[in-house]
Design a protein around this ligand. Sequence first.
Ligand code: FAD
Length: 469
Amino acid sequence: MRSHSAESPLMPGPLLDVVIIGAGQAGVSLAHALAKAGKRVAIAERKDLGGSCVNFGCTPTKSVIASARAAYLARRAAVFGLRIPTVEIDFPAVLDRARSILMSSRAGIRRSFEGSDNPRLVRGHARLEGRERRLLKVRIGKEILRTSQVVLDTGTRSDLRSIVGLKSVPFLHASNWLDQDVLPHHILFAGGGYIALEMGQFYRRMGCRVTIVDGGDQILKSEDRDIAERLQHMLESEGIQFRLNCRVTHVRKSLGGLAATVEKADAREVFTASHLFVSAGRRANTDDLGLETVGLKPGERGVLAVDEKLATGVPGIWAAGDIRGGPMFTHTSWDDHRILFSQLAGDGKRTTRRIVPYAVYTDPELGRVGATEEGLRKTGRKIRVGLFEMRGNGKARERSEARGCIKVVVDAKTEKLLGASVLASDGSELVHVYVVLMNADASVNVLRDAIQIHPTLAEALQSAVGKLA
Ligand SMILES: Cc1cc2nc3c(=O)[nH]c(=O)nc-3n(C[C@H](O)[C@H](O)[C@H](O)COP(=O)(O)OP(=O)(O)OC[C@H]3O[C@@H](n4cnc5c(N)ncnc54)[C@H](O)[C@@H]3O)c2cc1C
């Protein structure tokens, strides 16, 4: 690939090596890395730099969850021998704190582009406009960029298709919840995935009534049932109500808020609530990208099929982040930039063959890596399972945070770790010991034989290995 600076008389606009559409988690890092490696790069962004994670996803949700946890601890003050007679929630201040944290992250990204023409940040909605000879054309407003390679990193939005009457009621979803400055009285979640669980617990701890409706027969359907049920019971103990095997099918305005029809097999119930939060999955932003001009067709929920190098079927077009299907996390999107750098400017060896950990940021958190026990049992593989209750851990008891458990699953023959679920305080941090073990392809005996600091929650990770049966 070569850099060009001359402009064609036929088509104004610079010639580039790579145009990235979307300044999300993959796009920003990739733009800087490629430019540093000498490629001519432009990156287009139509809204806020940093995409979902910074502007309404990870950053603000984890910020408000921190406020909710502080409220929870304050309410439990007596457990620690303290007196805090009342805990008052200043909801707009909670949101303001989250907004200021996200604004500083967004500003950091903006500064990284200031005064730079490589990578060049172009503001506006970008669309593919077919090819000019071998070059791809990308239109942003009145400008047309010509480039050898295009990386699509356009992210997702809430899937809002499945509820009749949605347009007639105001509703919250993953991208607009931060604009709702008034604390809802009773919020009904349509969909019970990780966003609903995290945000449901947040609103509950802010003092709101919360009902979560989900079509599955357990929350977090890709997790082991025993782990999902424990988490559900913990959330129920805080007053969150669940309606499983149910779907919100219709909504309409009613006195004081809305009435939602919830259907279950052959039964039907009408729920009233002050607010609806639609959390029924995500849909890829691929519908207004001009994909048809290059012969690309998205699949279900707008997802683009890619190979393990993140190449779409069309030469020169790559997809990164949530739109490429598979795990939809900030860290996988960020890792996609390393795969694409490897393909576009490196040795091409890095691919999506990777171990992907993730977490559910409820309290306690669920840190996860690898396969589940149920999934492995279905394959017939010989496994050993270790289950450790957090109440057996000294530090957990000293902190009065002994809810939860750790489950590890190892190959019966090689003793290599195949998967782990850490349902515990700081579970998203703790799970990384297992993540490293799996990446090192090491036996769990490495952890069993290590000395660990006492008292720590991390001792529980070793204790779980000690429970292997
Ligand atoms: C409420 C919520 C909480 C979350 N919490 C976590 C978490 O704790 N941890 C975690 O790992 N993940 C979390 N996620 C998921 C995470 O935010 C996403 O996986 C990640 O941001 C995806 O990054 P991306 O690169 O695919 O796209 P995005 O970060 O969404 O970026 C896409 C960008 O492309 C822009 N764009 C789209 N179309 C065009 C166009 N045609 N022209 C120009 N620009 C365009 C968009 O404006 C956007 O800025 C959360 C998501 C949500 C919604």
